[in-house]
Ligand binder design. Structure first.
Ligand code: SAM
Length: 264
């Protein structure tokens, strides 16, 4: 079957990488594992063999007959034909209340899918994801570096991130133009910085990073309407949080941004 570029289909071939990925998850019998994009089942086969309850979400209708034929005989396998950008993961896994996620994500939607998974953190404990190497670098980046941005801050606020290993283009068919890495994200019990209002903190992060090359002062001023406050209030909040208005968002630690959020 022809791989569909439009669905980010680069299938893992050979046993080496699927085995390493599933071994780093070490699924336990009866726990719930969500797999996004099972494709031809390279990871699914190993996941199902662990006796974990596997809920696989696949968007491509053309892959469904093969997946059904391959796994329908296993009572610990459930196939959901849906868009991972639209499903409610918490409803999907019921009666279970928590799951771990394993996925070789379609790269064209990997960041929105990851953001959606984070939104469902109430029922997700951990995610082991294959992503484009640059995306993993952004996730792992520290404040101050050029890779650090809104996405890094968002993921680090909610997750403890660990890069596991790289996967070369030759591990896939068709061979992608990009390199890949496996990252493991453990959802934190409480966010990495203490904030009064998480939703507000996220809105503030977005505003601070709205224009990367601008100072935090200029970015804040541009969205003062959104925060319903005037320039004097912004100045006072920055001063109380002990932040120089001329800094850029990528230099702020989560703790510093939290200090500012708690003043506004
Ligand atoms: N897991 C397989 C493997 O490792 O060989 C396939 C991985 S392939 C990179 C991505 C898979 O995600 C494909 O099967 C593709 O059809 C599926 N997919 C693409 N967009 C999706 C979406 N929005 N929701 C769910 N699955 C999607």
């Amino acid at each position: 079957m022809q791989a569909k570029k439009s669905l980010g289909q680069n299938f893992l071939v050979g046993a080496h990488y699927p085995t390493r990925i599933v071994a780093s998850v070490a699924p336990q019998p009866n726990e719930t594992i969500i797999e996004i994009g099972p494709g031809h089942g390279a990871l699914t086969e190993l996941l199902v063999a662990t006796e974990a309850n596997v809920v696989a979400i696949e968007l491509d209708q053309d892959l469904i007959p093969e997946l059904t034929a391959g796994f329908a005989g296993h009572s610990n396998f459930r196939l959901v034909v849906a868009d991972a950008l639209k499903v409610n993961f918490c409803e999907l896994i019921q009666p279970a209340t928590a799951a771990r996620v394993v996925a070789n994500l379609p790269y064209y939607v990997s960041t929105p899918i990851l953001q959606r998974l984070i939104e469902h953190r109430a029922c997700i404990r951990e995610m082991t994801l294959m992503l484009q190497r640059e995306v993993v670098e952004r996730i792992m980046a520290k404040p101050g570096g050029k890779e650090y941005g809104y996405f890094s801050a968002l993921v680090q606020f909610y997750c403890e991130a660990k890069k596991l290993f790289d996967v070369p283009p030759g591990a896939f068919r068709p061979i992608p133009k990009v390199h890949s890495s496996i990252v493991q994200l453990r959802l934190r019990e409480v966010p990495a910085a203490k904030v009064h209002d998480e939703a507000f903190f996220i809105e503030l992060l977005k505003a601070l990073f709205a224009q990367r090359r601008k100072t935090i002062w200029n970015n804040l001023r541009a969205s003062k309407g959104k925060f319903n406050c005037d320039e004097v209030t912004l100045r006072v909040a920055l001063e109380t949080a002990q932040l120089d208005p001329q800094r850029r968002a990528e230099t702020l630690s989560l703790e510093e941004t939290a200090r500012l959020a708690n003043q506004l």
